[in-house]
Design a protein around this ligand. Structure first.
Ligand code: ZN
Length: 70
């Protein structure tokens, strides 16, 4: 099942933009979110997110497999 992903439009203190699965508890408010789209896998979501922000990083909570420390 495809899941919707969002990217945080504000840069984090660590200098990256976090990607979240829709409904994540750590998701920022709607006005700080940009919709990435619906994807079958988080890997596809990260690839698309990086076209919006090349420094996209997975949320440590909802996308731990794509979370990288700076
Ligand atoms: Zn998240």
């Amino acid at each position: 099942m495809a899941v919707k992903y969002h990217i945080h439009t504000k840069m984090m203190a660590s200098g990256d933009h976090e990607v979240h699965v829709e409904g994540c508890d750590w998701c920022p408010p709607d006005d700080q979110l940009c919709c990435v789209g619906k994807f079958e896998t988080s890997k596809q979501a990260m690839e698309s997110a990086k076209k919006i922000y090349p420094d996209a990083n997975g949320c440590h909570h909802c996308m731990p497999e794509h979370y990288h420390l700076p």
